[in-house]
Design a protein around this ligand. Sequence first.
Ligand code: NAI
Length: 342
Amino acid sequence: MAYVISVIPGDGIGPVIVRSARKVLEAVSEAYGFKLSFVEALAGDSAKRDFGEPLPKDSLDKIVSSDACLKGPVGETAKDVVVFLRQKLDLYANIRPFKTLPGVSSKWKDVDLVIVRENTEDLYKCVEDVGEEYAVALMVLTKKACTRIAKVAFQMAEVRRKKVTVVHKINVLRSFELFRTAALGVARSYPSVTVEEMLVDNMAYQLVLNPQKFDVILTTNMFGDILSDEAAGIVGSLGLAYSANVGDNFGLFEPVHGTAPDIDPSYANPLAQVMASKMMLEWLGRTKGNAAMLEAAKGLEGAVLSLLRSSENLTPDLGGKATTENLTKKLVNVLLKGKSTS
Ligand code: NAI
């Protein structure tokens, strides 16, 4: 039986890096013995131009009826596509790992942290009133959403370095009391996990000074969005930052970055999209009970690390000269070689 993957190619560099990730997924599924079938779901600026809406109903239907979605970055319509899908499909946990990697230039060593970002509420609920003389945006937090995202963070910390940093801005906005109370309430069920609290401005500062001291960072939607790009800069490139948007029944996997309108798409780094695919295999493997997929995810991560370590065939953002296509070919070779010797 084939697992159906809906694929949003997206805009800008999206189609190029998604093509790369598909090639890698085709190779990995064949090597590890499971089947994936891909169904394209057009969305984003190009869909708005071609069909008059950024997320046509046909695309939404394809996504909803698939086993998981692999999404490329979309442009100015990001709100109508990804923010909409996160809320519509109740993908309440945005999980964003950041790790310093071999062969990638960074001012820091040994960074290994995960941002766990609430994905359905906060200012990104987009309840707004914008007039000529004023603009109002409502920050929405609910106990239910704050509690379930805290559980995700603590469960993750339990199998990592057992530390959660709860990030808010309670000194200015009383609304964060709800988030804080939920997080500290959940913490009581995880006695082995150390909890600390930090105001988001201090968090931004500490993250730059001392990124190694963080394990799991639990925060609200917009703070998580902003801190993620900071963390990506700390580990070396946005082109390496990937994420999962997961709920209880569905997962959508995408890079953290956008469409990179300032670069030639044929030189885009596809590794964030590839690593988002790795997260998708892990999630499918876990939720569908498919051991081959879990093995494949490990093999794929190993191949990416080997490629980075060799410093060959890397794209310009990583100091190389390779095209996306060259990097992809090399990665597939490394992957298949690794599989045949394992
Ligand atoms: P961006 O993330 O596209 O680019 C920021 C910087 O990182 C640029 O210098 C870019 O060249 C570089 N970069 C990003 N990904 C790269 C890759 N794979 N390889 C090499 N370099 C890479 O951020 P920006 O300029 O804020 O957004 C551009 C567009 O993307 C906007 O229209 C925005 O709405 C959209 N966007 C979409 C997202 C999504 O679909 N989830 C997320 C973030 C932005």
